[in-house]
Design a protein around this ligand. Structure first.
Ligand code: HMG
Ligand code: MG
Length: 306
């Protein structure tokens, strides 16, 4: 059976586990473990891995030492290693670390912007201008991430026009890609479609991504809905790790193993080795002494054990 005409033939998965997944862990994860995880993931075939964050260690202690992680990994040629950068201080470190892509991160919610990066949306854009300019001067890709596009832990519903406004501002900064993030996983398919329909009018749909946290168990359905709108870039986290320290109760991103299983079933190409990802999901879950949050990963690993 061939794919539905509305679904893409190929999807790019950005693995965000080493950053979004680990940033919320209370106990500091050794750099050796972070490095090993990233290297396992590049071996599995991801073309883009969000590896670290050059943010204030006072705000997110888990990301301290990101420079050691970046210098410790074995770079796989062709793989884009991305890092979060909130300001020029972070950019300087990202350039030193030879990151391939920086991620400037804002929000569609004023309250979340204040909680997460200690400034208003307007101030954040002003702060991002020199960061984006400088990165572009050095030929580093710039991705813009927008939190709370489908709801906010402080403000509740977020109007899609606000999301469009921030996408436009990020587009004006020359972003190569823009992430539509459901930080607290409250979105449902129709809402996802409305938002992508609107933002797709101001930024090319093939450079927009879906970054869905799975708090309410909606992420796979939301990904399917976004694919029907033409979106072909999604973020996921191995073993479903993660959450945001400034979004109480929010759980991890959609598990990478789960989205890979779904896409494989749909005949959509990703270039990623499912078994290798499932094994790295087990590796990191064991290393953190936590339950593996991927249904598909757990099922596959337990089948291997029989
Ligand atoms: P601030 O306190 O207003 O900034 O924080 P500041 O300039 O006054 O600096 C305070 C201290 O931090 C100073 O140190 C600076 O040097 C230091 P002190 O003088 O007190 O010793 N500092 C830095 N250190 C290292 N690297 C830096 C840096 N910048 C300042 N880059 C700031 C403002 C933006 C820095 C802070 O709020 C911050 O770092 N926030 C980051 C929060 C964060 O990382 N959140 C999680 C990632 S976002 C996310 O998960 C959402 C996403 O997944 C999408 C979604 O799901 O929604 C992307
Ligand atoms: Mg996130």
């Amino acid at each position: 059976m061939s794919n539905s005409l509305t679904l893409p033939n190929k999807v790019k998965i950005v693995e965000v586990g080493p950053r979004d997944g680990l940033q919320n862990e209370k106990v500091f994860v050794d750099n050796e473990i972070k490095i090993s995880l990233i290297d396992q993931l590049s071996t599995a075939g991801f073309s883009n891995i969000e590896a670290a964050a050059f943010v204030s260690p006072k705000w997110v202690p888990q990301m301290a030492g990101s420079e050691l992680v970046m210098s410790g990994i074995t770079r796989k040629p062709g793989t884009i290693y991305s890092v979060l950068v909130p300001n020029l201080q972070g950019l300087e470190k990202a350039l030193e670390a030879k990151a391939d892509e920086i991620v400037i991160f804002g929000a569609a919610s004023e309250a979340f912007s204040q909680k997460n990066i200690n400034c208003s949306i307007e101030e954040s854009i002003a702060r991002f201008i020199p960061v984006a300019n400088e990165a572009q001067k050095y030929g580093v890709r710039v991705r813009g991430s927008i939190s709370c596009t489908l709801g906010c832990p402080y403000e509740g519903d977020i109007d899609a026009t606000k999301v469009v406004e921030v996408v436009q501002r990020m587009a004006d900064l020359g972003c190569d890609e823009i992430d539509i993030a459901d930080t607290i996983g409250v979105g449902t398919p129709n809402k996802v479609k409305v938002v992508f329909e609107k933002v797709g009018r101001v930024f090319p749909i093939d450079r927009l991504s879906g970054h869905f946290h799975d708090t309410y168990g909606q992420s796979l359905t939301n990904i399917y809905a976004a694919m029907e709108m033409g979106v072909s870039i999604f973020h996921s986290s191995v073993a479903g790790l993660g959450g945001c320290p400034y979004a109480k109760g929010a759980t991890g991103n959609v598990a990478t193993e789960d989205i890979l299983y779904m896409l494989s079933g749909l005949g959509i190409e990703t270039g990623i080795d499912f078994e290798k990802v499932a094994r790295s999901g087990e590796f990191i879950s064991n290393a953190l002494n936590r339950l593996n949050g991927s249904r598909a990963g757990k099922a596959y690993i337990s089948k291997l054990g029989t």
